[in-house]
Design a protein around this ligand. Structure first.
Ligand SMILES: [Zn+2]
Length: 483
């Protein structure tokens, strides 16, 4: 009898299903959600926390779970805040597979290797100001990053597959196109729990409806009990994407007049290709004056090559516009890819008018810091902000009009004009998120993740007005929920 009771308890525990939000919880970085069911531990994303070093360093170095206990990972996409902690996971003892779309695997390899290199650079910079005994080690190295690669398990292009992939006797999943960046997926889990079937969808980052280059996001066909939903722009709506052309035209015309430089901190993946695509179309239509446009980011070049390998992921419009005439959307007259650090440095001495597109997107590292350092105090220049700028980043400070700002350890007055192209955002805005929710069938519980609090609170209120019976939570970091 006692044994039977214990067995029953064991069974309840065994089939107990819960989710813990370890990152991108009341914040937009470090995406990491742990699903536990039937003793199986499945991690959705394993992203890097970014922002104030004094805060995130400790979170990144010490994973909030035992790496060796994790049975499998599914990656939504290849942005570092979603995959950047994988080298730590593998180094700490993870032995399982990392499932993702095929384009995400290509992107993650490139992204992680670069991140390993960057971690080393940051550590060297910090150590140069320290004395022996205070030296720190990098978060991870390029070698650590490469040890992730054998664990990657790419699955064919999501729009065509939609096939269930079995993880174990209890869990299977499929990937839907999230329309956020190349390869990005919404992960749908089907979980057998005590004889009943439950479904949970994790949006990863969700694209907008009219995203350029790649296909627009898809909607899930199955009923979804629990939706873990990104909410980056839960409190605002973007301007239509068609406004980008007008803004770019105005910016380039201004820079020709001032003979200055347009400095564009841009994410090497996605944003850079979108800008190139928009500029290519304007140049073809003779709608912008001819100025040299430099792509000063080796990583962006690698990603542009990856884009070339995954043309099936392009929208029909891109295929029609460029493929038909045998042209790459990412190459045109006046567009110059720099090679090597020397060419990058020469740009700082070059006279305008010119445009330089360089990483990182939030100006937290990379070559763009040198361009900003040389250009931010010149009123003839324009700093063009093209993506979400997280709190405490240099990009956010520039966007918010703060001056002076610290760049590479020195203080600079911001006298350049600041322009913002929010409409290029790769994230759905409030109405896009509401539409996604409306088109997802059967939802009973919603968890808002990948969001700062003001955005999440506004969105939760909005959802409460439209769908009063829906349970909406904004989980804290480390909070656990039964599902
Ligand atoms: Zn993303």
């Amino acid at each position: 009898m006692v044994a039977g009771f214990l067995f029953a308890l064991f069974c309840v525990e065994w089939n107990h299903m819960r989710i813990t939000f370890f990152g991108a919880a009341q914040g937009v970085t470090g995406s990491k959600h742990l699903i536990e069911v039937g003793g199986f531990k499945l991690l959705l994303d394993c992203g890097l926390h970014q922002g104030k070093r004094s805060v995130v360093e400790e979170w990144n170095r010490n994973l909030p779970f035992k790496a060796g206990d994790i049975d499998a990972v599914i990656l939504s996409h290849g942005h570092l805040d979603h995959c950047g902690a994988l080298p730590i996971l593998v180094r700490d003892g993870f032995k399982g597979s990392i499932h993702c779309s095929d384009a995400t695997a290509d992107i993650a390899r490139c992204m992680l290797e670069d991140s390993g290199m960057l971690q080393k650079q940051i550590t060297n910079d910090l150590n140069s100001k320290r004395t022996e005994g205070e030296f720190i080690t990098p978060l991870y190295t390029q070698e650590d990053a490469k040890r992730v690669f054998p664990h990657l398990k790419p699955h064919p292009y999501v729009r065509e597959s939609h096939a269930w992939i079995t993880l174990n006797g209890n869990i299977r999943f499929k990937l839907y196109d999230a329309g956020h960046i190349l390869g990005s997926s919404v992960i749908l889990l089907e979980i057998q729990d005590e004889g009943t079937k439950k479904t949970l969808a994790f949006t990863g980052d969700l694209g907008r409806e009219d995203v350029p280059i790649i296909h627009s996001r898809e909607y899930i066909e199955e009923e979804v009990d629990t939706l873990v939903m990104e909410c980056t722009y839960g409190n605002k709506n973007h301007r239509p994407i068609s406004d980008v052309a007008g803004d770019l035209k105005e910016i380039i015309t201004t820079i020709v007049r001032t003979r200055g430089k347009v400095i564009v901190p841009a994410f090497s993946l996605g944003r850079t290709q979108e800008l190139i695509y928009a500029l290519h179309k304007l140049a073809d239509a003779h709608e912008i004056p001819r100025i040299p446009i430099y792509i000063d980011s080796p990583l962006a070049q690698s990603f542009t090559e990856i884009f070339g390998r995954h043309q099936r992921d392009f929208s029909d419009m891109v295929m029609h516009e460029f493929k038909a005439r045998g042209e790459s959307p990412f190459a045109f007259k006046d567009l110059i890819y720099t090679h090597g650090v020397e060419e990058s440095k020469i740009l700082n001495r070059k006279e305008g008018p010119l445009m330089v597109i360089s990483a990182s997107g939030m100006s937290e590292g990379g070559r763009v810091l040198h361009h900003l350092k040389h250009g931010v105090s010149n009123p003839n220049n324009i700093i063009l902000i093209t993506g979400y700028q997280a709190e405490d980043t240099l990009g956010r400070k520039i966007k918010d009009g703060i001056s002076p700002v610290k760049i590479l350890g020195e203080s600079y007055e911001v006298r350049a004009q600041i322009k913002v192209l929010d409409e290029l955002s790769a994230h759905a805005d409030q109405s896009g998120l509401l539409l996604y929710l409306a088109k997802t069938k059967g939802v009973k519980n919603v968890f808002l993740v990948h969001t700062e609090m003001p955005q999440a609170i506004t969105f939760k209120q909005k959802v409460g007005e439209i769908y009063p019976p829906l349970k909406v939570a904004i989980p804290e970091r480390g909070e656990v929920f039964d599902i």
